[in-house]
Write a protein that binds this ligand. Structure first.
Ligand SMILES: [Zn+2]
Length: 65
């Protein structure tokens, strides 16, 4: 089982790289039982979307979607 520290670190790293399956599952499990980290994830998603929307030239534009 992940600690909150490990979970938030994985959430941060997921912004920069694709997580391995063996990292994704413990993280998903942790988010199910830990509202604090789930809230942190929602904030990260919000920030990332805001960032994408307002940045003029993101370095990886056209990479996803
Ligand atoms: Zn947690």
């Amino acid at each position: 089982m992940l600690t909150c520290q490990q979970a938030t670190r994985l959430l941060s790293e997921a912004q920069d790289r694709k997580l391995r399956l063996k990292e994704q599952w413990p993280l998903k499990l942790h988010l199910l039982i830990c509202s604090g980290c789930d809230h942190f994830r929602q904030q990260m998603d919000f920030l990332r979307q805001a960032c994408r929307r307002y940045s003029v030239a993101p370095p990886n534009a056209g990479d996803a979607e």
